[in-house]
Each structure stands twice: as C-alpha cells, then as structure tokens.
Design a binder for this molecule. Structure first.
Ligand code: 13P
Length: 339
C-alpha cells in the first residue's frame, strides 16, 4: 500500500496536536458491565450506545480530544438519530480508533500472568475497521509485579505480540497504539515499579525495532511509574521524576507521542501527574499526553447514571475533565481548577 506512510504521518499529526489527548472508551462487554453495575445501569446494546453517544457529543470536545478508542460493537453502532457513532466523532474533528486485541488469557506455563490474544486474522479485521473510519488501533498487554514477576517469558511473549500487532497495523495504514501496562496491584514501591517498567519497555522497543515497526508512526501508551496500590503513595513530583527517567532511558526520540493510561488512579491525581511531567520537562522529545479511560469517564458516568435527563450535566463533567487534562499537556493545570 503505497499511500500508507503518508496516511500514518497525517494521522499521527492529528492525534498529537498540541494540548489534545485521547479518550479511551473501548471497554469490552465484560468491563463496561462492571462499570455500569455500581449505578444499577442495565447493560444492553442500547444502554451502551446511549452512554457512548453521550460521551462523544459534548460541544467542543474536539478542542481537547484528538481521538477516541472504540470497542468493536461501537464502531458499527448508530446514534438514536441513526448516525453511525464514528461519524459523530468525525463531525467534531475527532479520529475514531479501535481496540483490536481480543483480551487476556492465562499465559500457559506460568501462573498469574497473562498473554493477549488477537493476532490471527488481524489484518482482515483491520481492513474492515478502516472501511468504517478507524485510523488508529490499540492493543493492551499487562504485566503484574509480584515475587519473580513479570517473568522473562511473560515479558518476551507480550513484547513480541505487541510488535507483531504494530507491524500489521502499519502495513494497512492504521497507527498502532502500543500499550504495555504494568499493573498497579500489589505493595511494591516506586523503585520496583521503575525497575520493572524499564525492563518491559526495553523488551518492547527491542521487538518493535526487530519487527521493523516505524517508530515515527506509532504511539506508546504506558502506565506511569507508581508504587503498588497497597503501598505508601509517592508524591506527585517523585512519580513524575521516576516516570520521566524511565521513559528517557527506554523510548527513542523518534516516537512522536507517549499517551498515558490512568490504570486506576483517581481523576485529579492522573491529571496532576501528567501536568507535573510536562512542568518538570517542557521539552521532551515526544508529546506527553493522556489516553485515559476511567480518569476521564468516572465522574461523567456517575452523573449520567443511565438517565437521559442527566446527559447535559454528564457531558459538562466530561468536558471539564478533558479541558483539565488538556491544560496538563501544557503544564498549565492547577489543583484549584478542580473546584
Ligand atoms: P484506564 O485509563 O482506565 O486505565 O484505561 C485506559 C485503557 O485504554 C486501558 O486499556
């Protein structure tokens, strides 16, 4: 495909526009059900459609959000008014993207470690998604920190699949978001998180280069370097410092964007961490931005709670979070802005 590099470059330019980030709204059926349950929202294709339509249509969302990651179901859904949901995004100048991994399975030969499935037939699926307007994709691999984990086997297997996925995406003109998530579960400290994240990212970039992935045409979506959720929290400043250090050690300057996942951090803490990194190092070689799921949606979902009359209020909440994270991309966020 001769026009692929041009298309990839154009998509990257739009995704990494200054002060913009990505909304991850690609929860699988199981995950969205889990998100709806606390608010007693029934999980049907209609309620999922209504929720996603609410998220995609606040006026001016495109000022802060350059792309939205969709779950496959959403890519083919229509709004209550009959407009395909990806079209609603395009109307706001937002690029539709698609989660293409098929989820986690136990890594055979290991205990409590996961592999990500979805490589078989991926190229054909990507072509179908592209025909519906998807210009970028996402594949998530997870690594857990525990005694002796992540194992070498888990790191190598997942780095290998991430790189295969990325190479296949680029071959059809779709920008790959490469997401190696080091999970927050556990009582490990900040230094352990830094050590493991560095090891994982080194393996991922070794594979990306070995498999001829064009670094200029991909986005990295890593976890931040954070102590385990059962350990003592670190300061915003230390998290930013350690995360930047690990990224500088491992991510080539050719990579245009690093868009963090939120991974269970609260909305305001995820924003504060991103802001602090952009303040500590305003001239990183890569754009440092967000690709948050929970840290963009949590309060908005709570406000919506499945009730149509709550849509305007829920959209205002989402727009505010998007705006605060946009400020964090520029190092201009203040905790006082939360009020
Ligand atoms: P969180 O920001 O909620 O971690 O979700 C991001 C994501 O896309 C996970 O795959």
């Amino acid at each position: 495909m001769t026009d692929s590099p041009k298309l990839l470059a154009a998509t990257i330019e739009r995704l990494t526009a200054k002060g913009k980030g990505i909304l991850a709204a690609d929860e699988s059926l199981k995950t969205i059900q889990k998100r709806f349950t606390p608010y007693s929202i029934e999980c049907t294709d209609a309620t999922r459609r209504d929720y996603r339509q609410m998220l995609f249509t606040p006026a001016d969302l495109g000022h802060y959000i350059s792309g939205v990651i969709l779950y496959e179901e959403t890519l083919f859904q229509k709004s209550a008014q009959g407009v395909p949901l990806p079209k609603l995004l395009e109307q706001q100048g937002i690029i539709p993207g698609i989660k293409v991994d098929l989820g986690l399975v136990d890594l055979a030969g290991s205990s409590d470690e996961k592999a990500t499935e979805g490589l078989d037939g991926l190229k054909a699926r990507l072509e179908r998604y592209k025909a519906e307007g998807a210009l970028f994709a996402k594949w998530r691999a997870v690594f857990n920190i525990a005694n002796g984990k992540p194992s070498r086997a888990a790191i190598q297997a997942n780095a290998h699949s991430l790189a295969r996925y990325a190479a296949i995406c680029q071959s059809v003109g779709i920008v790959p978001i490469v997401e190696p998530e080091v999970l927050m579960d556990g009582d490990h400290d900040l230094k352990t998180s830094a050590y493991v994240t560095e090891k994982v990212l080194n393996a991922v970039f070794t594979q990306l280069k070995m498999q001829h992935v064009t670094l200029e045409h991909m986005i990295l979506k890593p976890s931040m370097v954070i102590p385990g959720s059962d350990a003592k929290a670190a300061s915003i400043s230390d998290v930013a410092k350690e995360t930047l250090k690990v990224l500088l050690h491992t991510v080539p300057a050719a990579v245009p964007g690093i868009f963090f996942l939120s991974g269970g951090q609260s909305e305001s803490v995820a924003t504060a961490h991103l802001n602090e990194m952009n303040k500590q190092m305003p001239n990183t070689p890569w754009t440092l931005s967000f690709s948050y799921g929970r840290a963009l949606q949590h309060s908005s979902l709570e406000t919506w709670a499945g009730v149509a009359a709550n849509v305007p209020a829920a959209q205002a909440v989402l727009l505010k979070r998007a705006k605060l994270n946009s400020k964090a991309c520029l190092g201009q966020y203040n905790a006082a802005d939360e009020k």
